[in-house]
Design a protein around this ligand. Structure first.
Ligand code: CP
Length: 338
């Protein structure tokens, strides 16, 4: 295997096609091992993975911790409410403290966009060997979710062996609150890297017109795009018309506070226009896959009938695929030449 080129993982904007393929191939190998009955391997014995979640999480936190355990790493968890943050310690000093304890990787979730860049910069400045892995920062990025989402789609569309190229020219419809979604931003980088034609659908307040320029927005400190040719982004206001032409759908969670911010007239009218129901889904003649990063609001952005009964609803596949993807990320960071 090639040497992994990233000490820290902040955003998929910096991933090359080779980086994606390395992650997917490794995740596929971990998956195959698990399916053959080998759930735990000694790959990261002696390695310390510390999860620093300053924001709530069910899926990401637990699957990173499980992924670390499956690789035989030691896992250290952190609860903000009982930590020295309550005595005024800063987040940066908290990260430095865990690095000094010997953390090989800090898996960090925080409500501030770009905070992982700041933490990594500070750690690098003191010659720390600790890697930083972004598990969701503000509205900016959620790279492991973006990776597991497209891994799930690639597995669905690949007939036999895993072929990321199957996403080329596929029309992937993303519905909902794109503007406040770090998951959507990571999906845009990942899907476009493999030539997908992405359709963003929602009201202007949640999917502003400027999003068709998103792929031209550079990431902090990034000079050039490592992907030579990307797919496209278009914006649609009609869910029905978009569903008719889609090859796959990713539904985003509606954050109810958006109504208080006057971005929506009511939750009911949002659901009527943009909630995914079996009736709307039946406008597409194929049994297209439906994904949602979770947590879901049943009956708001997606109906229970789709979640519970639609055969190609892949929400639980996404959760399951998160484990080998996160195993691959933790393993690869350990291969960065420290
Ligand atoms: N998809 C996602 O990030 O879920 P959690 O908030 O439960 O981690």
């Amino acid at each position: 295997m090639q040497i992994w080129p990233h000490k820290h993982i902040h955003t998929l904007a910096s991933f090359s096609i080779e980086d994606y393929k390395t992650v997917f191939e490794l995740a596929n190998r971990f998956d195959a091992l698990k399916n053959a009955g080998t759930k735990k391997i000694p790959a990261l014995q002696g390695n310390l993975v510390t999860s620093l979640f300053f924001e709530a999480s069910t899926r990401t936190k637990n699957s990173f911790e499980l992924a670390a355990k499956r690789l035989s790493a030691d896992v250290q968890t952190f609860a903000p409410s009982s930590s020295s943050l309550t005595k005024g310690e800063t987040i940066i000093d908290t990260a430095i403290t865990y690095s000094a304890m010997g953390a090989d990787t800090l898996v960090i979730r925080h409500s501030s966009s770009y905070i992982t860049f700041e933490i990594a910069k500070k750690l690098d400045a003191i010659n720390s060997k600790t890697s930083v892995l972004n598990a969701g920062d503000g509205l900016h990025s959620h790279p492991s979710q973006g990776l597991l989402d497209i891994y799930t789609l690639i597995k669905f569309f690949s007939k036999r062996s895993l072929r990321p190229e199957v996403l080329n020219s596929k029309k992937i419809l993303i519905i909902g609150d794109v503007n406040h979604s770090r998951v959507a931003r990571s999906n845009l980088w990942a899907l476009s890297a493999f030539g997908a034609e992405i359709i963003l659908c929602g009201p202007k307040t949640l999917v502003p017109d400027e999003f068709d320029n998103f792929l031209k927005t550079p990431s902090p400190n990034q000079i050039e795009d490592p992907v030579k040719s990307r797919g496209s982004i278009t914006i649609s206001r009609s869910l029905e018309e978009s569903i008719k032409i889609a090859d796959a759908i990713i539904v985003l969670r509606l954050q109810k506070e958006r109504m208080m911010e006057n971005l929506l007239s009511s939750i009911d009218s949002y659901s009527l226009d943009y909630g995914l129901t079996p009736e709307k889904l039946s406008l597409n003649s194929k049994k297209i896959p439906v994904l949602h990063p979770g947590p879901i609001n049943r009956g708001i952005e997606i109906s229970s009938k789709i979640v519970d009964e639609y055969p190609n609803c892949l929400i639980n596949n996404q959760v399951a695929n998160g484990i080998p993807i996160r195993m691959a990320l933790l393993y690869l960071l350990s291969k960065y030449k420290k």
